[in-house]
Design a protein around this ligand. Sequence first.
Ligand SMILES: Nc1nc2c(ncn2[C@@H]2O[C@H](COP(=O)(O)OP(=O)(O)OP(=O)(O)O)[C@@H](O)[C@H]2O)c(=O)[nH]1
Length: 479
Amino acid sequence: MAKENSKIALDIEGYLKEHENKDMLRFLTCGSVDDGKSTLIGRMLYDSKMIFDDQLSAAEGESRKYGTTGEKLDMALLVDGLQSEREQGITIDVAYRFFATEKRKFIIADTPGHEQYTRNMVTGASTADVAIILIDARKGILTQTRRHSFIVNLLGIEHVIVAINKMDLVDFSEEVFDKISGAYGALADELGIKNTYYIPVSALEGDNVVDRSKRSPWFSGQPLLGLLDSMDISKEPKEEDFRFPVQYVNRPNLDFRGFCGTIAAGLVRTGDEITVLPSGKTTKVKNIVNAGDITEKNRETMTEYAYAPMAVTITTEDEVDISRGDMIVHTKNLPRVSNSLKVMLVWMDETPMEPGKTYDIKRATSVVPGFIEHINYKVDINTYEREQVHRLGLNDIASCKMVLTQPIAADAYETNRLTGSFIVVDRISNDTVGAGMIVGVSRREEDVVKLSAKEYTDAERALNLYVRENFPEWECKVI
Ligand SMILES: Nc1nc2c(ncn2[C@@H]2O[C@H](COP(=O)(O)OP(=O)(O)OP(=O)(O)O)[C@@H](O)[C@H]2O)c(=O)[nH]1
């Protein structure tokens, strides 16, 4: 960090500019206890010179006292701050670390790997582009590896780097590396993970982390940091998939009415024909005001086109009724609109999820009450087996049918992570109790669920659940 510090002191503007123009890659590290996750993160921060000098000298002191690595600096202690916070009760669910190389900026989501923290891992994985799965070369694939891979795949992370660690303890054996890579390849195929990369590393001794190791001459791939630096994670924006969840309607005076938000996908031009969902009203884009900046001074700063993830304000040709939570899309490419969705749900609360109970479903900028009508199956994330259950407990993951009190314009998560995901909020405590991904939306008119106007009491719902659990042959419907 000394070099960085002097750059900051001499030319802070230049330093910030240099970072601003780099692209960002977010990744997640997963591993079981003692696989070497902290050591690997510490090594990356240390070798990329992103450790502050005072952190370094503190770690050197502690290394001598508590380290597990003899005279050498214990890299794991560099990230230990996170761990002690974690042990004191999980106030931060996921710890994020930042570092940069000449080419890229990185955000690491460091999530605990134990099953009881599945919800934390889901949170960390939801924004990641790449996952690094650590495997101890002596142990090979463990149950945890299967669990982490399942979640990584569920959350749509397309790039998985398998870091086979502690290679120094198996004499950098090519055979061990090949055996583990082969076994993971089979697992990746089973799950349908698209891109996998395998690297033999020693996080402790720095082999194939930043520099290529002389101890693995048989390995022709790139070291970890080089791979992270050069991976192509860009997705070509498809113009026609324009999705604009309206965040705020800005009406500073009678002459201006703009719809503000962050473009979730695609590209929009002035003059494009647009449809507002769920109402289905159509109009044309009149102006696109840049960067969401709608102050008096900048209201004239228009652009011809804008694309994801820009924050903009859109004005329309006609006075159509648009409010927060609506979605503006291209008329020529409408998403499905329905109140009946097939979802994968991750339950994050101690209190079990009850089918039929009304929760607030927050998706992009919209909040709509809804409930789980039916649990199709729960997945055992260690064995990938499916189970029939009537309620979901903490950390359970299940395929469900969700019904909303109003239709929404919904994309599948696979198509769009932002508009295809939602959180479930308890209407009384306001806690986030679940998170989910839209798997499918029915286009058929008859699948749109007609809701009864009746509000049920807790006692009625409990009785309904009791009957469904104990007398399935009665085929009682969820209320
Ligand atoms: N020989 C060898 N030891 C390693 C290597 N990487 C990590 N270790 C050691 O393995 C032990 C566990 O490493 P950590 O980095 O604390 O592991 P972790 O996965 O972060 O563990 P938790 O934080 O408990 O989940 C420490 O004693 C490390 O020094 C490696 O590549 N080779």
